[in-house]
Design a protein. Structure first.
Lengths: 101, 163
């Protein structure tokens, strides 16, 4: 017997909420990035679970695209963090508030 | 995957995801992220997504998190004195996070589950996935290669020391 689809979707929802929580409470840009990865993975889980339940491969293909976008996002984002750190010597978002109104 | 195993793995996954979010040391957060991603790969295996599970371990846990660790070491980040936002904000965010989880779960419970169509033969095999990827999704697939190229060029340009 396999667990019902709803369990997977529930786990995915909880992981997504943890990711949102991380973005809200953490002040370190790198940890905020990790929380974003967590949210992307929560969505991946629901894609794969729904693909299995619908008997369609499309959900798994979308997961590939999500992974690609996540890789590109991590590469560019970490490069931005690096150059920001070089200028300001900090990764704390409270101190990187120049663009804040 | 048996329901008991699912619950056990789900508890582990949620615990390690919480570790990512609350741990003061970014290196420990990254290690917990590796654990979370590997546990998710186990779920993917249980859902007949073998190739996706493999790629999850290789690309996510292997490449992306190593990139994170690399940057953490490069910046020489230590345990932060003030890793979290102020207490009122943390309280509000915690309440908001729990509310969000409850909201999504109730919305999912109310939504009618899609009719299960059963799993066709060869589901989740590399051949079936590749057929989809190179026929129906050929144009998006080629576009992702362009996206990766642009990302590489931009990342190198950003990380280069200003001359």
């Amino acid at each position: 017997m396999t667990p019902p689809l709803a369990w997977y979707l529930g786990l995915s929802a909880v992981l997504f909420a943890i990711g949102v929580l991380g973005v809200l409470i953490r002040r370190n840009v790198i940890v905020i990035f990790m929380a974003i990865e967590l949210m992307l993975n929560a969505v991946n889980l629901s894609f794969v679970a729904l693909a299995r339940s619908l008997g369609s491969m499309d959900g798994q293909v979308i997961v590939f695209f999500v992974m690609t976008v996540a890789a590109a996002e991590a590469a560019v984002g970490l490069a931005i963090i690096l150059s920001m750190f070089r200028n300001r010597e900090t990764t704390n978002v409270d101190e990187l508030a120049t663009l804040r109104w | 995957m048996s329901p008991l195993l699912f619950l056990l793995l789900a508890a582990l996954t949620v615990a390690s995801a919480l570790t990512v979010v609350v741990h003061q040391n970014p290196v420990h957060s990254a290690c917990a992220l590796v654990l979370t991603l590997c546990l998710l790969a186990v779920f993917f295996l249980g859902l007949d997504a073998q190739l996706v599970a493999l790629l999850q371990v290789i690309v996510y846990a292997g490449a992306i998190v190593v990139l994170f660790l690399f940057v953490i070491m490069l910046l020489n980040l230590q345990v932060e004195a003030r890793a979290m936002a102020g207490t009122p904000l943390v309280g509000t965010a915690a309440v908001g996070g729990v509310a969000l989880a409850v909201l999504i779960v109730t919305a999912l419970r109310r939504a009618a589950p899609p009719a299960g169509r059963g799993v066709p033969a060869g589901f989740g095999e590399t051949a079936a996935l590749a057929r989809q990827l190179f026929t129906v999704y050929l144009v998006p697939f080629e576009l992702t290669s362009l996206l990766l190229l642009v990302a590489i060029v931009r990342a190198v340009a950003l990380a280069k020391k200003p001359s």
